[in-house]
Unconditional design. Structure first.
Length: 323
């Protein structure tokens, strides 16, 4: 099969790779895959991964393990990216996304979705509702990650929320936080980001207008030291600061203000797929405007180059041969 291969911080399109064959797992034909900021950071060396990257996708079930329901065959699915063991302390404690022996789709010990085929356990799969298109379904994983904030933090309608960053993930975070009824303001640096937010009726704020010590909840989604510094200054004493970015490099900061102000620091990663699919099906979140470009799998290098551009929104890769 054809796939994008990452090794020693370099990517290339390879031909004639074997189809994935993991015992007890489903084989999926990848229809569409999305280029994520984490994929770009992997190329830079965020995590020492060798193999096929990619974790945002919508696919079709081609084969299933023995004994599984045949109703899965031919169905469109999306998949959670963490494959867990079910027996370690983290799994038994109800934290399977932090499984001590987990593999992570396209990130850790498991080939990802920039390929014609991918393998995942049936337990990771979610059926895509008929009303949800492929170009919507491919956003399920990042939309779930956006919803994770509300899984971790209790948000009241009276809260003042600041979102710093309105890129690929930030746009979805903004749409989901807007549904809470809280007082949301978003710092967006690029014109296309601001235009999309205005179209959804989401309030913007200029970086220079952000006041220190004013926000109950601040979400940092820029992946930059400058964004973190702005977010740290904006959160009120005993407020909550949520970090949604993964990036290579050290972040130098003074922890004293966080201690003195008694700020709650929350790392936030993967989230719930079922609610994400419901929001897409109901049209309460619309990712269509986030699609900036689409490439074929043979053009995956161009897709990554496009996604690297400043202010670029979502770049998709069609993983099936044309025709």
């Amino acid at each position: 099969m054809r796939a994008l291969w990452l090794e020693n911080n370099r990517i290339q399109v390879r031909e004639n790779l074997p189809q994935p064959d993991r015992p007890g797992e489903a084989l999926l034909k990848v229809r569409l895959a999305g280029v994520c900021g984490t994929d770009l950071e992997l190329v830079k060396g965020y995590y020492p991964f060798t193999g096929i990257p990619g974790h945002e996708f919508v696919g079709e079930v081609v084969s299933i393990p023995a004994g599984a329901s045949p109703e899965w065959l031919g169905r469109r699915v999306v998949g959670e990216i963490n494959a867990w063991c079910g027996s370690c302390e983290q799994c038994l404690g109800g934290r399977p996304t932090h499984c001590e022996r987990r593999s992570v789709l396209g990130i850790k010990d498991r080939d990802g979705v920039f390929a014609e085929y991918v393998s995942l356990p049936l337990g990771n799969l979610h059926l895509v509702p008929d009303a949800v298109t492929d170009r919507q379904a491919v956003f399920t994983e990042p939309l779930a990650a956006a919803l994770e904030i509300q899984q971790q933090v209790q948000i009241r309608p009276s809260d003042r929320i600041l979102l710093v960053g309105a890129g690929r993930l930030g746009q979805l975070i903004a749409q989901t936080l807007a549904l809470t009824g809280a007082g949301l303001r978003v710092v967006a640096r690029h014109a296309v980001q601001r235009e999309l937010l205005r179209g959804r009726g989401i309030a913007l704020i200029d970086e220079a207008e952000v006041q220190d010590w004013r926000y109950d909840l601040v979400v940092e989604a820029t992946g930059s030291p400058q964004g973190f510094d702005l977010a740290r200054r904006a959160v009120r004493p005993r407020g909550t600061l949520v970090l949604k970015s993964t990036y290579k490099g050290a972040l130098t900061l003074n922890f004293s203000p966080l201690v003195v102000d008694e700020v709650t620091l929350v790392g936030s990663r993967c989230g719930p797929f079922a609610p994400a699919l419901r929001l897409l099906e109901q049209g309460r979140v619309d990712p269509a405007g986030l699609i900036a470009a689409e490439y074929g799998l043979a053009e995956a290098l161009q897709a990554f180059a496009e996604a690297e551009k400043r202010g670029m929104l979502k770049v998709l890769v069609n993983c099936q041969p044309a025709g």
